[in-house]
Design a protein around this ligand. Structure first.
Ligand code: P6P
Length: 330
């Protein structure tokens, strides 16, 4: 039995962790903490729905397509509604932008207390749900600029402006990964007490790992540099791991190293992944863990989006592995 004074045995909840982080900023109002708490509450609700989807008949499509032209899964709608119901009640939320909505929703103007914008993909990878593959929620938090009155303009900011980013992986367990710009923390949901408990602070991505993650079915439509990189990787003992669910693929890359990429293809010349609520938050997490993230030749975090659902190429992961890919793709 560990010594009760052994601090390494302490239970630290997500709530306690963000309150401790907040205490480092004496002028903090607590509004930001409330937003993370709301996302945590929504994540618990979504996890419950995902875990019992077949029993509750929540598996399958609803027969409609979203703004992306993707067939909406029942759980896409459930997850989207859970996040909006949790975030909408928080007085500091100015704008919500969801992958499932054509336009961002303005909840409160700056002069009404709206301080933050939250962009999210409520259930990324949901097309994999019926085969039990890990799916996830991705979120990004920006400060609201009270001088910008149109919602698109307010949320279309480069990743360097993010105050926080994270994801929730509904996999073999429910994992909450969060950065507020001071390293990456990893929490796991303990279903018996209903709390996300701290598992690891200051998560660091391994410098190297001979693993690449890409959908090679589109290889022939990748720009030539990516094809030359893949040839090199095949000749240099690399393994391929690809789940087809961004949160699961990026989480594996964060913990074990390697490189994840979604290059431009003939079907998606700008790449498939959306900047504001997929590429940008994942780039912040990977960089905060010591890795690199590029969209084309530009650092992903410095891309300046013009449209809410703008897509960008994604190349992210271990520093040495991303640099190796960039030797071929520039
Ligand atoms: P493809 C899931 O649909 C998703 O948006 C991401 O989660 C994932 O990385 C990507 O698309 C997979 O796309 O074209 O390889 O099936």
């Amino acid at each position: 039995m560990p010594n009760s004074h052994d601090l390494s045995e302490n239970l630290m909840s997500l709530q306690s962790h963000i309150l401790l982080e907040e205490a480092k900023f004496p002028t903090a109002s607590g509004d930001f903490t409330w937003i993370i708490s709301a996302i945590s509450l929504a994540a618990k609700s979504i996890a419950n729905h995902v875990r019992r989807a077949r029993l509750s008949g929540a598996i399958g499509k609803i027969g409609e397509t979203n703004v992306q032209g993707e067939e909406q899964q029942k759980l896409d709608v459930i997850a989207n509604r859970a996040i909006i119901r949790c975030l909408g009640t928080r007085a500091s939320v100015a704008v919500l932008a969801s992958e499932e909505h054509d336009e961002p929703t303005i909840l409160r103007r700056g002069n009404e207390g709206g301080k933050y914008c939250v962009m999210f993909d409520p259930l990324d990878g949901s097309s994999n749900l019926d085969t039990g593959v890990g799916v996830g929620t991705i979120f990004s938090i920006l400060r609201n600029d009270p001088h910008i009155h149109d919602a698109q303009g307010t949320v279309c900011q480069p990743g360097t402006h993010q105050v926080a980013a994270g994801y929730v992986l509904y996999g073999s367990s429910t994992i909450f990964v969060l950065t507020t710009g001071n390293g990456v923390a990893l929490f796991e949901l303990d279903p018996f007490i209903g709390s996300f408990l701290l598992v690891k602070e200051k998560v660091r991505i391994p410098e190297t790992n001979k693993v690449y993650s890409v959908n090679e079915a589109y290889r022939e439509t990748f720009p030539e540099g990516y094809r030359r990189y893949l040839d090199w990787a095949h000749q240099n003992g690399y393994s391929s791991r690809y789940i087809g669910s961004m949160v699961a693929d990026v989480h594996r890359t964060l913990l074990t190293g390697g490189v994840f990429m979604y290059p431009p293809t003939k079907k998606n010349p700008e790449g498939k992944l959306r900047y504001l609520y997929e590429a940008s938050p994942m780039a912040m997490i990977i960089e905060q863990a010591g890795g690199l993230a590029f969209s084309g030749s530009k650092r992903t975090m410095e891309h300046e989006p013009r449209e809410v659902h703008e897509r960008v190429p994604v190349l992210l992961g271990s520093r040495a592995e991303v640099e190796k890919v960039r030797e071929f793709v520039g």
